[in-house]
Design a protein around this ligand. Structure first.
Ligand SMILES: [Zn+2]
Length: 308
């Protein structure tokens, strides 16, 4: 626990979140609304919470997002904001479950771990300026019981987990819902162009710093300060037939970078319509290990690489 860090976050929500800085308990389960909260229960207003895509089915709630905190308290009582977990209520449009995901604070790590799950250290995290402006908002606790929680119409929590420590539970995830919204907007754009998308595969979503660092350099091809460590990047391909490779989106009889370019062109249109979702887009050609895929992120400034 770094007290200096907590001091930096002084604000009107700091009192409410003080109770979050408790040691991580293994096997922490999804809280259910207590009886008092149930009597107050209404629905999640889909118009403000379903995102620009209208496809979000979850929102990540942290001290930096007042709207999410307000509705979490309103629906589940004051204590919900101080208990990390997944809180569900029906959405106002369809009555389907909508999740409010309350996160563990970023400073809950001890020696680079949360419980028995190894996370590591972010490049630059020793600087106060980094903690103020760049640090992730917190960690989603993912259990065997909640990993299938829908984040949107096409994505679940488990899709974005780091691919390591297979037998360690709970796992922890950094994720921004702006990324999920952007991916859903890309899917909508593809569908408007005649490319039905029933499944978009996430090859790599969140990468813990300790996992990312193993692939830095000429062999792994990962950036030291990769956006994947901030939960706002995903490497994806359209895989409706679930064969583990990109589909033949341009229907030219082969799967290659031209199909990945179809996805990149959708990213371009989404960014021009929604400048606040601007970010990186990279094209990766097929290797013996994987088919062609596209990197998408919401870093806040335009970046492009690998494009033909
Ligand atoms: Zn990537």
């Amino acid at each position: 626990m770094k007290r200096s860090h907590r001091g930096l976050r002084a604000g009107i929500f700091s009192l409410a979140f003080a109770a979050l800085t408790v040691p991580v308990r293994a096997g922490h389960s999804t809280p259910l609304p207590d009886a008092a909260a149930s009597s107050r229960m209404r629905s999640i207003p889909t118009d403000s919470f379903a995102g620009k895509s209208g496809k979000l089915r979850a929102r990540i709630v942290s001290s930096r997002r007042s709207a999410g905190i307000r509705i979490l308290r309103d629906l589940f009582g004051d204590s919900a904001a101080s208990r990390p977990g997944i809180y569900q209520a029906p959405d106002s449009a369809t009555g389907r479950p909508f999740s409010l995901i309350s996160v563990l604070p970023f400073d809950a790590r001890e020696r680079g771990r949360l419980g028995t799950y190894r996370v590591g250290f972010w490049p630059g995290e020793r600087r106060a300026s980094w903690l103020e402006t760049k640090a992730p908002e917190g960690f989603i606790e993912v259990t065997t019981g909640n990993q299938d929680t829908p984040l949107s119409d096409h994505f679940r929590l488990r899709d974005f987990l780091t691919h390591d420590q297979q037998s360690v539970w709970p796992k922890y995830l950094v994720l921004r819902d702006a990324l999920i919204d952007k991916l859903e907007l890309v899917i909508l754009d593809l569908e408007h162009r005649g490319h039905a998308v029933s499944h978009m595969q996430v090859m790599s979503g969140f990468r813990t710093p300790q996992y990312n660092s193993r692939g830095v350099g000429s062999k792994g091809g990962r950036a030291t300060d990769s956006r994947h460590q901030y939960g706002d990047a995903a490497d994806v391909f359209v895989d409706n037939d679930r064969d583990g490779r990109m589909d033949d989106l341009n229907r030219d009889g082969r799967v290659d970078t031209r199909d990945a370019m179809v996805v990149i062109q959708s990213v371009e249109r989404v960014e021009s319509m929604h400048p606040d979702l601007v970010g990186g887009a990279g094209l990766y050609r097929a290797t013996t290990a994987h088919g062609p895929f596209v990197h998408v992120d919401v870093r806040g400034s335009r970046a492009r690489w690998g494009l033909k």
